[in-house]
Write a protein that binds this ligand. Structure first.
Ligand SMILES: *Cc1c(COP(=O)(O)O)cnc(C)c1O
Length: 227
């Protein structure tokens, strides 16, 4: 970044004043070094998103205890136990196998693990997540009783990688509809089922206009990632 570009602290302050009160900011810190995460922390921000287990564990061990870590990447079942003791929210639960594994890890820890179900709304074939049909099948099979150590918090999705705002808009409103229907039909007694996580650096305004309650902002806060 050039000396003129805003600092991470300034970006955090910008988002805090820009986002409506009902929208939670997740600062996506994947691939960025710990000094940068500390800058966000010093600006008063506490919710960070990571997408790789090893990287998350390293950062979690070295950074302050009151950071709330969200896992947002594809989670392999054999790595679940590494993050369930401390994770604040697993945003990317994308299969029944993973749900089962998180539930049994929660049972062992006597800890209900807060989760979002990831829904595949993008046309793009490479994306993970439940299709709408698979989600329906899961919800119809009484998952609340079946998986008592899952904390049902809501849904998450990523839009297609496209500059076409109409496509993104359509995907976001589809997800919003699925969210409202799931809430009414299956989660009306689950008061914590309130989170609709959609929107990233390039499309968060559109996401909020379509009903998002949680945005995941990476590059617009921390700068471009070096993979
Ligand atoms: C990387 C990532 C983001 C952040 O993307 P930016 O475009 O950098 O804001 C958000 N959500 C998920 C699931 C991601 O993997």
């Amino acid at each position: 970044m050039s000396p003129q570009s805003p600092t991470i602290q300034e970006r955090i302050h910008y988002y805090k004043s820009e986002l409506p009160d009902h929208v939670t900011l997740v600062a996506v810190s994947k691939f960025h070094p710990q000094e940068r995460l500390l800058e966000a922390y010093q600006a008063g921000h506490r919710i960070l998103g990571e997408s790789r287990v090893q990287e998350l564990l390293q950062k979690q061990q070295q950074l302050p205890d009151d950071i709330q870590w969200h896992f947002i990447g594809h989670l392999q079942t054999n790595k679940v136990e590494l993050i369930t003791p401390f994770i604040s929210l697993i945003q990317s639960v994308d299969s029944i196998r993973l749900l089962e594994r998180i539930n049994s890890s929660g049972a062992q820890l006597h800890r209900v693990i807060p989760c979002l179900l990831e829904v595949k709304i993008a046309q793009d074939d490479s994306k993970y997540g439940f299709t709408e049909a698979d989600l329906q099948a899961l919800l119809a099979a009484d998952p609340i009783a079946r998986y008592p150590f899952i904390g049902w918090r809501g849904l998450m999705a990523m839009g297609s990688l496209t500059d076409n705002k109409e496509i993104t808009q359509r995907e976001f409103s589809t997800l919003h509809d699925i969210f409202i229907k799931s809430k009414e039909q299956y989660f009306h007694r689950v008061s914590d089922f309130q989170t609709l996580s959609m929107g990233m650096s390039d499309d968060y305004r559109l996401a909020i206009a379509s009903g998002s309650t949680m945005v995941r902002i990476g590059s617009d806060i921390f700068g471009t990632r070096e993979y």
